[in-house]
Design a protein around this ligand. Structure first.
Ligand SMILES: *Cc1c(COP(=O)(O)O)cnc(C)c1O
Length: 334
C-alpha cells in the first residue's frame, strides 16, 4: 500500500510532458541569511501554479478506462489540478470545497470547466460531500493527499531536488495533509538517508503537527489563514500519510501569520517571487530563527494561487483582513 521509490520513478514517466521538472534556483537573500546555499524549488512554475498537478495526473492515470467522471475535496489547488487533468481526459469533474476557500481559487477551477460544490465550513465537510458524490453519482474520487498515487506523484519533487543537489543537508517542506511531505521525504531519504526533513505549517489548525504529537490523528479546528492551502484535517480514516510522516519527518515547526507574511514580503522584495502563504512556511521558519541550518538546504515554493489585490496591499505594508482577523501591516525593510 505504501508507495516506494520505484513508484516515484514510475510517476515521473506518467506525468512527463504535462507536469515537468521545475527550476531549482538559489536564493541569494536566503543564502546570506542562513550562511549556507539555500535553494528554492519553484513549483509555482507548474501549470495551474502549484505542485498538485503531479499527484493528480498520476492518480488519474491509474483509473480504469471506463471512468465516467471524477470528484475530489480540496482547499483549492488540488481541485484545480484535478479539473485540469480531467479536462485533458475529457472527464466530468466535480470539486467540493468549504466556505474557507478563497474566491480566486474557486474561479480558477470553474474556468477549467469543472463543477464546484461549496459545502460546509471545513475541509472535512467538503470531504463528506465528495464521498457522497462518489457513491451516488459513481464518480471516481481523487483524494488530495492520502493516496499512494498522489503521494508518488508529489514525490517526484523530491527526486528532482536530490538529483540536482545530492549534497543537501536539509529540506523544509510545507505541511498539511502530508501527501507532499510523504512523497518528498520518501524520495529524499532513499537517496540521502541522513538528510534532515523539516515540516512547516501554520500555528492554528495544524492537523499533522498535532497528530504527530499525540501519536494518532486528532480533530483540529479550521481557521482562516494566509496559508489557506494548509487547512483541513487528516481524514476520518487516514491510511498512509500519518504513518509515513511519523516515520520520515525529523521535526515539525509552526509559524505565525506574521511570520508567513514576512516571508511572503521577503521573497517578493528580495527575490521578486510571488508565492501564496502556504508555500513560504519553510522560508518563514528560517527567517524567524526557528530552524538553524548547518549546510546547504532547500525549500519547496509550492504554489502561487492567491488574491492579487490582497497580495499587493500586503506587499505595500497595508493591513489586511483574513477571515475574522486583521493582520497589521508592516512596510518591508522599514
Ligand atoms: C496542498 C498544498 C500544500 C500541502 O500539501 P499536503 O500534501 O496537503 O501536505 C502546500 N502548499 C500548497 C500551495 C498546497 O496547495
Amino acid at each position: 500500500m505504501r508507495p516506494s521509490l520505484a513508484d516515484v520513478f514510475a510517476a515521473r514517466q506518467v506525468i512527463a510532458g504535462v507536469a515537468d521538472r521545475t527550476p531549482l534556483v538559489p536564493s541569494p537573500f536566503m543564502s546570506a541569511r542562513s550562511g549556507h546555499d539555500f535553494l528554492l524549488k519553484l513549483e509555482i512554475c507548474q501549470p495551474m501554479g502549484a505542485f498538485k498537478l503531479r499527484g493528480a495526473l498520476n492518480a488519474m492515470a491509474a483509473l480504469p478506462a471506463d471512468t465516467r467522471g471524477v470528484t475530489c475535496c480540496s482547499t483549492g489547488n488540488h481541485g484545480r489540478a484535478v479539473a485540469f487533468a480531467a479536462a485533458r481526459r475529457g472527464l466530468r469533474a466535480v470539486v467540493c470545497m468549504s466556505q474557507l476557500v478563497p474566491e480566486a481559487k474557486v474561479a480558477g477551477i470553474r474556468a477549467l470547466g469543472a463543477e464546484v460544490r461549496i459545502s460546509g465550513r471545513t475541509q472535512d465537510d467538503a470531504a463528506v460531500e465528495a464521498a457522497r458524490l462518489a457513491r451516488d453519482e459513481r464518480l471516481a474520487e481523487i483524494p488530495p493527499f492520502d493516496d499512494p498515487h498522489v503521494i508518488a506523484g508529489q514525490g517526484t519533487i523530491g527526486l528532482e531536488v536530490m538529483e540536482a543537489r545530492p549534497d543537501l543537508t536539509a529540506l523544509l517542506v510545507p505541511l498539511s495533509g502530508g501527501g507532499l511531505m510523504s512523497g518528498v521525504a520518501l524520495a529524499a531519504r532513499a537517496i540521502r538517508p541522513g538528510i534532515r526533513i523539516i515540516g512547516v505549517t501554520m500555528e492554528r489548525g495544524a492537523a499533522m503537527a498535532q497528530a504527530l504529537q499525540a501519536g494518532h490523528p486528532v480533530e483540529v479546528g479550521e481557521y482562516p489563514s494566509l496559508a489557506d492551502s494548509l487547512g483541513g484535517g487528516l481524514g476520518d480514516d487516514n491510511r498512509l500519510t500519518f504513518a509515513m510522516c511519523r516515520d520520515l519527518v525529523d521535526e515539525v515547526v509552526l509559524v505565525s501569520e506574521e511570520e508567513i507574511r514576512d516571508a511572503m514580503q521577503a521573497l517578493f522584495h528580495e527575490d521578486r517571487i510571488v508565492a501564496e502563504g502556504g508555500s513560504v512556511t519553510g522560508l518563514a521558519a528560517v527567517l524567524a530563527g526557528k530552524v538553524r541550518l548547518d549546510g546547504p538546504a532547500a525549500t519547496i515554493i509550492t504554489g502561487r494561487n492567491l488574491d492579487m489585490r490582497m497580495f499587493a496591499a500586503m506587499m505595500a505594508g497595508q493591513d489586511v483582513t483574513i477571515g475574522d482577523m486583521v493582520l497589521k501591516g508592516r512596510v518591508y525593510g522599514a
